[in-house]
Design a protein around this ligand. Structure first.
Ligand SMILES: *Cc1c(COP(=O)(O)O)cnc(C)c1O
Length: 406
């Protein structure tokens, strides 16, 4: 059941769980955009995988649009079109990994430029900004993205990029993307990049909220089957697209056509998978919140989450990623808990069909300094879950038997 409600003068459909109702036509677009069988002579309904590294030319410099596999590839183009459409964007570019996207975006900057980044990012992005950027003489300041005044105060005349994730990893803080974009865009020439990996275009479309570039680790939900490492950037501005496309070819950070085929296939079930991730993770969040061995649960879909209202206004739902603090908060206890799990696999990464559990302090966020981690609240008792698509009763039973060992 959906009801119409008015927020900020805009009519929006609200679903029964309080989040914005699902984007209209999403599943149809995911299945059909860029996939028209009339594009290839075989009329294959499933887009063919084109592995060819080179393409025949009718005369010198008379090619069909495809010349060399690094520059353009038909399987990559099919995927890029579909990805762009799902984010309500005009242009999509696929890269060899999520970090490949980040690297390509950073090559748009030059020595002396400045980046403002959210202080609670994917561990590897944090590492890239702290090491590579600094080596390239690009300055980076980290700020709490949920505090608009701090973001504003961090902007300098040399600022060229503002980088954020929402919800943040692994603390699930929700950043008001629209407010940050509006503030940053008061100053001309600063690009806002939103890493939308955690929610996907099904649950959140940052370009509609004012972002300049949406980036993904497609490795996670967008592919959804934990068998590909890939990334993408989506944007509306043609000049920006041309620059980044040039960089895609120039730096050579391109994905394999076979991987493009797999991610394109993954998109066909994205809406179904995300609905199930959402249901499973909310049921688990509620279970954990009521458990005596758990101190605190971080899940934007819970009314106890500090930015629950913002999450509901900004997104169409929350995925399977959530975190929680064990009561004990010690390494011994969290290790025992993680080693006792039987259905959840102890592993980094997220967004696949399978449920995963990990310890950010020693795993995904181990490259961050101890001081930075403790300032943020990434303690030895903080567990991050990627809730998969299994039967939720089995997942809850698994967490329960493991908690009971403590
Ligand atoms: C995994 C991840 C990345 C990095 O992507 P790779 O595909 O592993 O290179 C970036 N951001 C977020 C939020 C991620 O989860």
């Amino acid at each position: 059941m959906s009801t119409l409600e008015s927020t900020n003068g805009l009519e929006q459909i609200v679903a029964a769980d309080g989040f914005r109702a699902q984007p209209k036509g999403f599943a149809t677009k995911a299945i059909h955009v860029g996939q028209d069988p009339e594009q290839w002579t075989s009329m294959a309904v499933v887009p063919p995988i084109t592995m060819s590294a080179t393409f025949k030319q009718r005369g010198p410099a008379q090619h069909s649009g495809y010349e060399y596999g690094r520059t353009e590839n038909p399987s990559r183009n099919v995927l890029e079109k579909c990805l762009a459409c799902l984010d309500n964007g005009k242009y999509g570019l696929a890269f060899a990994s999520g970090h490949g996207v980040a690297t390509a975006i950073i090559t748009l900057l030059k020595a002396g430029d400045h980046i403002v980044a959210s202080d609670n990012l994917y561990g590897g992005t944090n590492r890239l900004l702290r090491n590579f950027c600094v080596d390239m003489n690009i300055a980076v300041d980290f700020v709490n993205g949920t505090d608009l005044e701090k973001v504003k105060a961090a902007l300098k005349p040399s600022t060229k990029l503002v980088w954020m994730e929402s919800p943040t990893n692994p603390l699930m803080k929700v950043i008001d993307i629209e407010a940050v974009c509006a503030e940053v865009h008061r100053v001309a020439g600063i690009l806002v990049v939103v890493d939308n990996t955690f929610l996907t275009s099904y649950f959140q479309r940052p370009l509609d909220l004012g972002a300049d570039i949406v980036m993904y680790s497609l490795t996670k939900y967008m592919n959804g089957h934990s068998d590909v490492v890939m990334g993408a950037a989506i944007m509306n501005d043609e000049a920006l697209y041309k620059k980044l496309k040039f960089r895609q070819n120039e730096t050579g950070i391109v994905p394999s056509p076979f991987d493009c085929y797999l991610v394109n296939r993954g998109l066909k079930t994205l809406s179904l998978r995300m609905e199930r991730h959402k249901l499973n993770s909310l049921a688990i969040a509620k279970f954990l919140e009521g458990h005596p061995k758990v101190k605190r649960v971080l899940h934007p879909g819970l009314p106890s989450h500090p930015q629950h209202e913002l999450a509901k206004r900004q997104s169409n739902g929350h995925s399977g990623i959530m975190s929680f603090y064990l009561n004990g908060d010690g390494l011994e206890e969290s290790t025992l808990f993680l080693k006792s799990l039987k259905v959840f696999t102890l592993a980094v990464s997220l967004g696949g069909f399978e449920s995963l559990a990990e310890l950010p302090a020693l795993m995904s966020h181990s490259s961050e300094s101890v001081e930075h981690r403790s300032a943020l609240g990434i303690t030895d008792g903080l567990i991050r879950l990627s809730v998969g698509l299994e039967d939720v009763d089995d997942l809850i039973a698994d967490l329960e038997q493991s908690l009971n060992k403590l």
